[in-house]
Design a protein around this ligand. Structure first.
Ligand code: EAX
Length: 319
């Protein structure tokens, strides 16, 4: 039966698929379908396909099936992929000015986050993606990052001393954890295996990521440091963008904006759920760490900033 039906189906399906759409967007993310990255990508896909009447098809490649975030960015530069939902951290190798929003302890509320990211500084950073042969479409949200580890409770910066911490592939993130006193190693996400095999003692991520990746199985201690606000970005290939008619260029911006607004709300609405679930899973949580001790350690990092990143950082700090 199969031998007869498969070729017949294929004959019908192929010309249909070819005639139905003019453009294909291959979209890469490193996280699994239960992540916020995926939910945003799915929303983007739905809007683009619907509003283009099927003329643009979006294929989502999740769970690192097309490589790490750094590799996705390189593939976007070459138009080997057309879109990605990427964490701001590893983007700073491509777009240095984004470091300004990844500096520790600069955001004390979502209101300030939205004001900066959707305001002049955010818009200028997104525009500067062009210089890296990329398109910065819109900011969305990973969340405030918190430290976890398998060794001991962390209350103040001195407790971090000597711990092997995985960080994102970003010199700024390495420097932050060096200055706090840890022994940081950059690694691409995901890192469950390295944690379970004790190649590293700890890591830092938003509560949603910690919970969705079941890091409570391999990390006993969680400290609500909220040290870095972790933005995600809808990033695209500039080559692909330039090849599109204007109406579709505008559609990609519109779909990114709508998917970002949708995802930020979803993420924020669920914040309490993740904290209570991590408690339920048995993590030992310090909800009131000595943040002053962490802030004191990272303060000197400001002097390493120069150029536009320095200008943005000063403007953010002044607000
Ligand atoms: O969601 O690499 C990381 O730590 C990022 O936060 C990643 O997006 C996981």
């Amino acid at each position: 039966m199969k031998r007869i039906f498969v070729p017949v189906l294929a004959l019908f399906a192929l010309p249909l698929a070819l005639s139905a759409s003019t453009y294909t967007v291959e979209l890469g993310i490193v996280t699994t379908p239960n992540s916020f990255h995926y939910k945003a990508a799915k929303k983007f896909k739905d809007i683009v396909q619907k509003d283009s009447g099927g003329d643009i098809v979006v294929n989502i490649h999740h769970s690192k099936s097309v490589g790490s975030e750094t590799s996705i960015l390189q593939q976007l530069q070459l138009n080997a992929l057309q879109m990605g939902v990427i964490t701001a951290g590893p983007i700073d190798k491509f777009v240095p000015s984004i470091k300004a929003i990844e500096f520790p302890f600069i955001f004390d509320s979502f209101a300030k986050v939205d004001k900066i990211l959707d305001g002049k500084i955010g818009q200028e950073i997104l525009k500067s993606f062009k210089s890296a042969n990329l398109v910065g479409y819109h900011f969305l949200e990973n969340g405030f990052r918190n430290i976890t580890n398998s060794k001991k409770p962390i209350h103040s910066a001195s407790d971090v001393k000597g711990l092997k911490i995985r960080v994102m592939n970003s010199q700024l993130q390495i420097d932050i954890w060096k200055d706090i006193g840890a022994n940081p190693t950059p690694m691409p996400w995901p890192i469950y295996t390295q944690l379970s095999q004790h190649v590293i003692d700890g890591q830092e991520n938003p509560l949603a990521v910690i919970d969705q990746y079941k890091l409570y199985e391999v990390q006993k201690y969680l400290t609500l440091t909220r040290h870095v606000y972790s933005a995600l970005v809808f990033v695209g290939s500039k080559g692909f963008y330039d090849s599109l008619p204007k109406k579709y260029q505008e559609l990609l911006f519109k779909a990114s904006r709508e998917a970002s607004i949708y995802e930020r709300k979803l993420n924020r609405d669920k914040a309490n759920f993740f904290l209570s679930d991590l408690k339920k899973q048995g993590m030992i949580i310090d909800e009131n760490p000595d943040l002053a001790s962490f802030k004191a350690k990272v303060k000197p990092l400001k002097s390493q900033f120069n150029g536009v990143a320095k200008k943005y950082l000063e403007e953010i700090l002044a607000q």
